[in-house]
Write a protein that binds this ligand. Structure first.
Ligand SMILES: [Fe+2]
Length: 227
């Protein structure tokens, strides 16, 4: 089946796993678009780390909290709250800030501005508290973060940093988090009162977050892709 025809389908209530293949493809494409670190200037390396920090540091827990507010099943609440406990108790935002400081890549005004329009789009989407769409977006986020960590660590090393706690922790724990979020999604799909929307609609948040991540990787290219 082509990705286009899959997008028009309505997923079965029992089949969150079919959506995981779709997310894996989006992540594969993003990773394939990463510039070769050999070809990046020190300022381009700094920019990627800084924009990543600007997106993640203050928003990850906020968006996971929105997921918690939106879901109805006990199972999804338990999964999301476990995730939030870990984020808060282990001070993941602080871990990321230390990583950025050590790589001389603390976000500046222009880093924040480069991601701002796409960040705002995700915030407006998250504010609608649409449970399955947000859980899918967060499963995509966790999946991307895990697979992005070796690249981020490489950029930091080239910036002269030896601080790798953030990348080491997230290269491991987010594999489990992604699987758990698919279990949460499955619980929400099973309980949904209304007919499930087509795949393309369920992936609305995934698309918005993908564009935001593109603005981390190549800010000018992301602008060109936006109508
Ligand atoms: Fe985290």
């Amino acid at each position: 089946m082509t990705p286009e025809s899959f997008a028009l389908m309505t997923p079965k209530r029992s089949d969150a796993a079919s959506l995981q293949d779709q997310l894996d493809r989006v992540i594969d494409d993003l990773l394939a678009s990463l510039p070769n670190p050999d070809h990046l200037s020190p300022n381009e390396r700094r920019g990627i780390i800084a924009r990543y920090t600007a997106v993640l540091e203050g928003n990850f827990i906020y968006w996971m909290t929105a997921a918690n507010l939106s879901v109805v099943s006990q199972e999804a609440h338990a999964v999301i709250q476990d995730n939030l406990h870990e984020e808060v108790q282990d001070n993941h935002p602080g871990m990321l800030r230390k990583f950025a400081i050590a790589a001389h890549a603390v976000p500046t005004d222009s880093d924040a501005l480069a991601i701002y329009p796409h960040l705002e789009d995700v915030r407006l989407f998250v504010g609608r508290l649409s449970a399955m769409r947000i859980v899918l977006m967060m499963a995509f986020f966790e999946g991307f973060i895990t697979r992005f960590m070796p690249y981020l660590a490489e950029l930091a090393t080239r910036q002269g940093s030896a601080e790798q706690k953030y990348t080491e922790v997230h290269g491991v724990c987010d594999v489990v988090h992604t699987q758990e979020l698919f279990r949460a999604l499955q619980a929400e799909m099973t309980l949904a009162q209304e007919p499930l929307p087509p795949v393309a609609e369920l992936l609305e948040g995934v698309g918005l977050l993908r564009t935001l991540i593109q603005s981390i990787i190549q800010p000018r290219a992301a602008e060109a892709r936006t109508p």
